[in-house]
Design a protein around this ligand. Structure first.
Ligand code: FE2
Length: 249
């Protein structure tokens, strides 16, 4: 390798002419409040990598999960303020908003029942996840009830739940409830597992995919996605009617 190529700048993903996603709305970038970024420095490093991938707007989604990550609008906004001021100090041009990833459990149902403030985007759009092993028996009923109440419900990474992996009929049935599917970019790399990749491919190839998310927790995830975005498979996905870019905070 000659000297010239050693110093050649990496092509910026954002300069590539192909269609790409400019809005990412599933990540764990707020410092110290879940299993994602630990410090503001981590947050900034991850945000810079997303910017490098061509992301212009981030809606970050810390876990809200009963006793494990008992976040609420106050804890989330306090952590957001730290990131916002550091973004300003460093002159990073990134639209950055907080929302949340709600774990579907009794605690979440009690929030709904009490009418507590929820961290939403697009007015009444909400990101939920479920237990990875067992399907909550009230999943469909909750989606139905929330839809009646005017919510748009997005299910995070359906391809990762054991009760859906390889279960094509069950996936189609769930899709028919009107819930929106957000598949993780990393699932297409096969790094979680070959079965999760196959399930992600099934969802995408049958056009049941509404959104793509990074679900970034740390730099390992971020780098995997940077690499994936250079692949032909990513460009194929960009031919699908993915709706990320129309989401507002
Ligand atoms: Fe997540």
């Amino acid at each position: 390798m000659g000297l010239a190529s050693l110093f050649r700048r990496k092509p910026r993903l954002s300069e590539e002419p192909d269609r790409t996603i400019t809005v990412d709305f599933h990540s764990h970038l707020l410092p110290g409040i879940d299993d994602g970024a630990k410090t503001v420095e981590d947050s900034i490093e991850l945000i810079r990598e997303l910017q490098y991938q061509g992301i212009k707007k981030i809606i970050t989604t810390p876990h809200i999960l009963g006793d494990l990550y008992p976040n609420n609008p106050e804890t989330i906004r306090a952590a957001e303020a730290k990131v916002q001021s550091r973004l300003k100090e460093e002159g990073i041009d990134m639209e950055f908003h907080p929302a949340a990833e709600y774990y579907l459990d009794e605690y979440f149902l009690s929030l709904l029942e009490r009418g507590d403030e929820l961290m939403l985007f697009d007015d009444k759009t909400i990101l939920i996840e479920t237990n990875y092993v067992e399907k909550p028996e009230y999943l469909e009923q909750t989606i139905f009830d929330m839809t009646i109440d005017g919510y748009t419900v997005i299910l995070a990474h359906p391809e990762r739940y054991h009760y859906l992996i390889g279960q094509h009929k069950r996936i189609e049935k769930l899709f028919d409830t009107g819930v929106k599917f957000q598949v993780n970019l990393i699932s297409f790399t096969g790094k979680y597992s070959p079965q999760i990749k196959q399930t992600a491919d099934f969802i995408a190839n049958n056009e049941m995919i509404h959104y793509l998310g990074s679900d970034i927790h740390h730099m390992g995830h971020a780098r995997l996605i940077t690499e994936f975005k250079r692949s032909e498979r990513y460009q194929e996905l960009m031919e699908l009617p993915i709706m990320n870019n129309s989401l507002t905070a």
